[in-house]
Design a protein around this ligand. Structure first.
Ligand code: MIG
Length: 785
């Protein structure tokens, strides 16, 4: 398509090529990240995902040969040849990512389509060619990860997907090409070496990972620019770090958002909301957040309250907050077309809504009936929407839940030619669709930040690459099916690899009726999902922890309490994530990418680096084959040590989720609480699993942005396990004034004979084969003999 190379010029970090039929450039963002661009629609990037990142000054060389022009950074070399073929080699000259030089050759389909269709079969046709297409050679051993919330297994090899944010509540199955989110990013792992590709194009995009032909994989788009980033590894974790360097990292949330959330369509009237709150306390189940779904609104008008159902929201929410409950309200994008309704009138007066091609506000139907769609592609509209958040915040709402922002519509999809201002570069729905939810949640985030000065809690259904900077995500309308519990694990893992660390599924399933057994198993996954929210649809059976039987209640309680104990460990993971981009929930392959056994594990995951979780996701099953990667792993429940690189069989009756702690772990924990902040925590428990390691624990006020000004504490623990166990305690940062008074140590599987701290001997207890003692939180050296 591009034809022969005519000439190239160097402009700062760019090598710009003129071909017979068009232009393209290679830009060195840094030694690992290379942008491949051709201005097929616009003359430059127009990214909604990447904000404030520009090419770094770095050394690179450009050399010309007969066949290609080579651009070499300290980490990768890029060879560009005729037709704008772009090949990537590592610094040793090994090929890692090459353009496929042949033509696409899809597999053959035979027979008469209409016959299959006559019986109602959904018939697929071979993928068309797309305006933009990048076809990459398959070497043979590639495994693929990422792509956001796609259905199917962890490894995306041999899948084909599309990015087109879609609200489809029928049961999500493996043949779904797209769901609510568009994250056009994937990691290729080939024999332990990883690299990433981020295709920054907001039009409908296509990905085929070797399904059409095992000789190649490709990505393509309907329109827009050719604009992708090659992200070098070879370490898998570094690829995620570099992808989130581009698109942003999940910021520290407020601590309470990591507690347990209870949702339902809908807790209304307010009597029901209060009843649910009371049931948590009566049943001794910790809970921090309750949700109000669409029925709290006056006729589904956003930013209003139904005065009958919620006569005094401010008072109700204040009372609930005194008992530890934070209330999150849903806000959909659709604004009811309704004379006299202030949000509608304001929007109309100021031209805040998307229009048809004649400039008339575009109308479709959602919950309120005829509704208009705010044009979130315009900064002025985002500001308006931001300011509207104040209405909710002043009533004491603690977070905003953005739903239906694919955007969803009841009267057929929004036509392609719905018009958007797009921050001064007018365009149509085809370009804005996939970023509509992203821009909406960005505006919610900014409004909440402005009006509360706390870390905003936004939860969104639709998003694009980079939304992690603004919002938590949930995976939409799953169902109470075992298949969906199984799918939730790889889905959350791939979301995490796609930058969206703060994610969760509707625990128990949204549609269809849950069972006690299913909820009991689901809570065991939820316990380790960053967003831990039970939610269910209108008219399905009650799904709260107590809605089944005593056994289900007890299991819910056990895992929700475990979650609250693990909060400081989880909070540490969020803190690490803000720096490294690594997710909380991780596939084993992320840390053990040299071990091929980990490439396809769909039903186990790491919760941070130290805790391995192997939930039972099948009905009636009471054991589990658990693959443990290299190292030693300690059974969380029994204390038994297992050697890794082996599969073990674990007994796992309904109340047992197999959990393993890596030898050498230091896991901080909190005492039990009804809600976060119920107790002043001046004693931190450190659960020690002897080995050689280092652990940094983070502490701050759990809500404000003061941590950005250094108001946090960092405690560093260094452990050695030779003849004796020694643990060094250091304070790396002491910026937050409320510090722990004590540390309680539990040395697992060790019966100490003598313990000294800074040379002084310490009293201790031994119970269940472990040693326990309390120390003043001071710097020093601990010796356990
Ligand atoms: O499909 O607001 O995914 O969580 O409860 C109905 C009602 C619209 C879809 C969301 C779901 C929410 C529901 N909404």
């Amino acid at each position: 398509m591009f034809g022969k190379t005519i000439r190239f010029i160097l402009e700062e970090n760019k090598v710009i090529f003129n071909f017979e039929n068009g232009q393209g450039w290679i830009e060195i963002i840094n030694p690992w990240i290379i942008n491949v661009f051709s201005p097929l629609k616009y003359d430059n990037h127009y990214s909604r995902a990447i904000e404030g990142v520009s090419a770094e000054k770095c050394n690179f060389e450009v050399n010309e040969t007969d066949k290609f022009i080579e651009i070499k950074t300290e980490q990768v070399s890029v060879r560009v040849s005729d037709n704008f073929y772009v090949d990537f080699y590592d610094k040793n000259g090994e090929p890692i990512c090459l353009d496929y030089k042949g033509d696409r050759e899809p597999f053959v389909r035979r027979g008469n389509v209409s016959i299959a269709e006559a019986e109602g079969h959904r018939v697929e046709t071979n993928a068309d060619s797309h305006k933009i297409e990048v076809v990459k050679k398959m070497f043979g051993d590639e495994n693929f990860y990422g792509f956001g919330d796609k259905t199917g297994h962890l490894n995306k090899r041999n899948y084909s997907y599309e990015m087109w944010n879609t609200d489809d509540p029928s049961p999500h199955v493996e043949s779904y090409k797209s769901l609510y989110k568009s994250i056009p990013f994937f990691v290729t792992l080939n024999k332990g070496k990883a690299f990433g590709i981020f295709f920054d194009n907001t039009f409908k995009t296509y990905f085929d990972m070797g399904k059409e032909n095992s000789d190649y994989y490709y990505f393509g788009a309907e329109d827009g620019n050719l604009d992708y980033y090659f992200i070098a590894g070879p370490d898998f974790k570094d690829v995620i770090g570099r992808y989130t360097y581009l698109t942003g990292k999940t910021p520290m949330p407020q601590l309470w958002t990591l507690g347990y959330h209870q949702c339902r369509w809908s807790y209304a009237p307010e009597g029901r909301l209060k009843e649910v709150a009371k049931a948590f306390r009566d049943n001794d189940i910790p809970c921090d957040a309750l949700y109000l779904d669409i029925d709290y609104m006056d006729g589904f008008r956003v930013f209003t309250w139904d005065k009958e159902r919620f006569p005094n929201p401010k008072e109700t929410l204040t009372k609930l907050r005194e008992e530890g409950f934070k209330v999150v309200t849903i806000i959909d994008p659709g604004v009811k077309k309704d004379k006299g309704y202030s949000i509608y009138e304001e929007g109309l007066k100021n031209n805040y809504f998307a229009t048809d091609k004649d400039g008339v506000p575009y109308v479709n139907a959602v919950w309120p009936g005829d509704s208009l769609y705010p044009d979130f592609s315009e900064a002025r509209v985002r500001e308006w929407w931001s300011d509207n958040q104040k209405i909710m915040m002043e009533d004491g709402v603690a977070g905003i839940w953005n739903d239906m922002n694919e955007p969803a519509s009841f009267n057929g999809p929004l036509p392609d030619d719905v018009q958007f201002g797009n921050d001064g570069r007018p365009t149509d729905h085809r370009e804005v669709h996939n970023v509509y939810g992203h821009l909406m949640s960005k505006s919610s985030y900014e409004g909440i930040k402005k009006h509360t000065e706390k870390r905003p809690f936004v939860i969104t259904r639709a998003c694009y690459a980079g939304t992690q900077k603004y919002s938590t995500v949930w995976t939409g309308d799953n169902q109470s099916l075992w298949e969906h519990l199984r799918m939730s694990v790889p889905m959350l893992l791939n979301l995490g690899l796609s930058g969206l660390s703060f994610a969760g599924t509707d625990v128990g399933g949204f549609g269809f009726d849950c069972t006690g057994e299913l909820l009991s198993r689901w809570i065991q996954v939820g316990c380790f999902s960053p967003l831990f929210r039970n939610h269910s649809s209108i008219h399905t059976r009650d799904q709260e922890p107590w809605a089944f039987d005593k056994q289900t209640l007890d299991i819910n309680k056990k895992y929700i309490k475990l979650r609250y104990k693990l909060l400081p460990y989880l909070y540490d993971l969020m803190w690490q994530g803000e720096r490294t981009g690594l997710p909380v929930m991780r596939p084993l392959v992320l840390h053990y990418s040299q071990d091929e056994q980990t490439y396809n594990i769909n039903d186990e995951f790491l919760f941070g680096e130290n805790i391995l979780v192997a939930p039972v996701v099948e009905q009636g099953k009471s054991f589990k084959a658990v693959y443990l990667p290299e190292g030693e792993w300690i059974d969380f429940w029994t204390g038994q040590t297992h050697k890794g690189k082996d599969t073990i069989l674990k007994n796992a009756p309904l109340d047992t989720c197999p959990i393993y702690i890596k030898a050498g772990s230091i896991i901080p924990s909190y005492p039990e609480q009804k809600y976060i902040g119920e107790k002043v925590i001046d004693e931190l428990t450190l659960n020690i699993y002897p080995g050689k390691s280092e652990y940094i624990h983070y502490e701050d006020d759990g809500e404000s942005f003061d941590y950005k000004k250094g108001k946090y504490n960092l405690y560093k623990f260094t452990m050695e396990n030779n003849k004796n166990i020694t643990i060094g305690l250091n304070f790396l940062n002491e910026g937050y004034s409320k510090k722990y008074k004590n540390f309680r140590f539990i040395i697992n599987n060790v019966k100490a004979r003598q313990i000294c701290f800074n040379g002084e001997s310490i009293n201790f207890n031994i119970s269940n084969g472990s040693t326990e003692f309390v120390l003043k939180a001071e710097e020093g050296k601990l010796n356990i003999i």
